[in-house]
Ligand binder design. Structure first.
Ligand code: NAP
Length: 643
């Protein structure tokens, strides 16, 4: 008890106070702890996200909790009665500092472990007499997740991965400065929390280690085939199976048959390097941020970085101290959200609370989830009556804009020349908002760094020349120029019913039902597929968990109906996409004139989910049989050697 009290005093300064108060009130039933003077407020992008309690009140909170917390430490969640729904709502509103719509309650119950919530699948899986094989493409965050759930449910599965290691984006992106820009206590599987994240936003190696641990913990290793590319798949209608060709690193191809295919390649796996005149004559080294070359020396070199998106934004500060001169070519300025924790380690006290105080981690995760979801949505929606000419799209959007510009002004100091270059012309939310703790502007202010906003005209053997004729020497060019987001399955070819090809059908503008299934492509499922990307609200792990839950439900439907395959009804898919398009057109990222990787060449937003996250959770709880066309045949078995 004494040791725990000492720990509490240590932990208190690290704790997220609203979550601490709510966790204790939850377990003790002491709703009187939800005092008005302790109610948090979260001004957008304030310096502290811990509720902004005055120091005197923080002392009062510590005094009120010091004797209560040690009695709760280390006890199982089942020790505590489930709060009634009225109390739950009170807890939820308190931690969020605002009223939360009732439709979040089922999601909250699951996050708090108050519903059935374990790492065992809730789906029954195939009876042993019926063999059912699933081919998963990609061993990144989504493919590994699919593997865990398929294994728990008892399906045969094989995950193929073109790289020589697992990790997907966390394997491919190992450029200097790479770290997750969603809080790590949210960016992780809900069923496998990590209370030992080193940082609030951990670096790439920590993320890759987490996914490696998952592969080992759930015993997936033997089902992952590395250095293997998925080349082509045809749906064999007469047999009701997919026949796929895989190619190994040695160039040898292999035919496999599967009852279902899950694409877990995500949206950001094909690096994009824009063609620039003279590029091919450049004599130095060129590389994309997602194909980093450790053999390229940057120390003492003149380095050019093209782009200021999420990747370049992390690379630039990390290499500025190494390069002799660093020239940053910016086409469009990004919005930058002050995030004091961005490079901060998680305190030992916070780790102790996450591990030892029941429900604290659950409330913390829910709070992170909330602040990044509906909490931000009203600022991103266009008000048709809004007439300001500063690029904002509504009053709340302009308020954020003004607050962020004020922060920039504070930081540039005497370098007012920088200000006009770094204030975005597009609305807040038009592109991904980047996170920063002051390092970005500090980097741009360095003597050896130049931010160039003039358009690039050409590349010569040792320089980059802008449209105004200025030539800047470069020995290395780094392209932080993003990905072919709407061509994410290419160059793989997928032929569905009637020989229809998916890439031809999509024509660079992918669409799917709930981002998961596609008419004409039976038993073909996508995770993090079309229109499931999040711009400012939340973690893609959440989206992937929803999709995998839905896919498992779809496979369960096949089992229940003894059907061979399912595909979504075209009219349901079209109506769904019309709703998505209508909503995306109202959002900052869908505004005419706003350019970003979320729009396909046609201008349609093909990547983003425009609704609240609770809605994606709700629609993916259980697939509705009425949405599908079933191939009502006895399920064909696939021989064990086929997969
Ligand atoms: P991106 O957001 O598409 O940014 C590409 C950058 O290159 C933009 O600044 C773009 O300018 C510029 N660019 C493209 N073509 C150009 C050209 N021809 N000339 C000059 N500039 C050009 O790509 P990204 O930075 O790789 O990020 C993609 C997504 O990956 C992010 O939105 C995020 O979802 C994810 N990401 C996440 C993390 C993380 O969690 N840590 C890190 C990196 C990336 P314009 O803005 O004018 O197009």
């Amino acid at each position: 008890m004494l040791a725990e009290r000492a720990w509490f005093d240590l932990a208190f300064s690290d704790a997220h106070l609203p979550c601490l108060i709510v966790a204790v009130a939850h377990m003790t039933g002491r709703m009187d702890l939800l005092r008005d003077e302790w109610r948090p407020s979260y001004p957008p992008y304030s310096e502290t996200q811990a509720g902004n309690l005055p120091a005197t009140e923080q002392v009062n909170v510590a005094n009120a909790l010091r004797d209560l917390v040690p009695k709760l430490i280390g006890r199982p969640l089942s020790d505590f009665p489930r709060p009634d729904s009225q109390s739950l709502k009170q807890l939820m509103h308190f931690v969020a500092g605002q009223r939360i719509p009732d439709r979040y309650i089922p999601l909250l119950l699951e996050e708090l472990g108050l519903n059935q919530h374990s790492d065992e699948s809730t789906f029954a899986g195939p009876p042993t007499a019926r063999d059912f094989k699933v081919l998963v493409i990609g061993a990144g965050m989504s493919g590994i997740l699919a593997g865990v759930k398929l294994k728990q449910t008892g399906y045969s599965y094989q995950i193929i991965e073109r790289n020589d290691d697992i990790g997907g984006t966390w394997h491919a992106n190992n450029y200097p400065g790479c770290r997750v820009d969603t809080q790590n206590h949210l960016y992780g599987y809900s069923f496998h929390p990590n209370y030992d994240w080193p940082d609030h936003f951990s670096t790439q190696d920590a993320l890759k280690d987490y996914f490696r641990d998952i592969v080992d913990h759930y015993g997936l290793r033997n089902n992952i085939q590395l250095r293997t590319s998925f080349e082509v798949a045809h749906y064999d209608e007469s047999a009701g199976v997919w026949r796929a060709r895989l190619v190994g690193a040695d160039g040898k191809s292999e035919e496999v048959t599967a009852n279902a295919i899950i694409s877990a390649v995500g949206q950001l796996n094909r690096p994009k390097i824009p063609p620039i005149a003279g590029q091919e004559f450049f004599k130095g080294a060129q590389m994309h941020s997602a194909a980093w070359r450790n053999d390229v020396e940057l120390a003492g070199k003149d380095v050019a970085v093209v782009g200021t998106g999420a990747s370049a934004f992390q690379v630039i500060p990390a290499i500025a101290g190494v390069a002799r001169r660093l020239t940053v070519f910016q086409r469009t300025a990004p919005w930058v959200a002050p995030t004091p924790d961005y490079h901060r380690a998680v305190g030992e006290g916070q780790k102790w609370l996450l591990k030892s105080l029941p429900f604290y981690a659950n409330w913390y995760r829910f709070w992170l989830f909330w602040t990044m979801t509906e909490g931000t949505m009203p600022t991103l929606r266009h008000d048709p009556n809004w007439r300001a000419k500063d690029g904002s799209i509504s009053a709340p959007n302009q308020r954020i804009r003004n607050a962020l510009i004020e922060k920039m002004q504070d930081q540039v100091g005497e370098r007012t020349d920088l200000l006009q270059k770094i204030i975005p012309k597009s609305p807040f939310g038009g592109k991904r908002t980047l996170r920063d703790d002051g390092l970005w502007i500090a980097t741009l202010k360095r003597d050896n760094v130049e931010l160039v906003t003039e358009k690039i005209r050409e590349i010569t053997p040792w320089s980059v020349v802008t449209a105004d004729g200025t030539e800047r020497r470069a020995e290395v060019i780094i392209y932080g120029t993003g990905f072919e987001a709407s061509r994410f399955l290419e160059p793989a070819r997928i032929f569905g019913r009637g020989g229809e090809e998916l890439t031809a059908l999509w024509a660079g503008d992918p669409r799917a039902y709930l981002g998961i299934t596609v008419p004409g492509f039976p038993n073909f499922f996508c995770i993090y597929g079309p229109n499931t990307n999040l711009v400012a609200q939340g973690s893609i792990v959440f989206i992937s968990e929803c999709a995998v839950h839905y896919i498992m439900g779809a496979l369960e439907l096949l089992r229940e109906r003894r059907a061979a395959a399912l595909e979504p009804r075209p009219e349901i898919t079209d109506a769904y996409n019309a709703r998505v398009d209508e909503e995306n057109a109202k959002m900052a990222w869908g505004m005419p004139g706003v350019t970003n990787w979320y729009k396909s060449a046609s201008g349609r937003v093909s990547q983003n989910w425009p609704f609240p996250l609770a809605d994606y959770w709700q629609v993916t709880r259980r697939p509705d049989p009425a949405d599908f066309i079933f191939t009502e045949a006895e399920l064909p078995a696939v021989g064990a050697k086929d997969l």
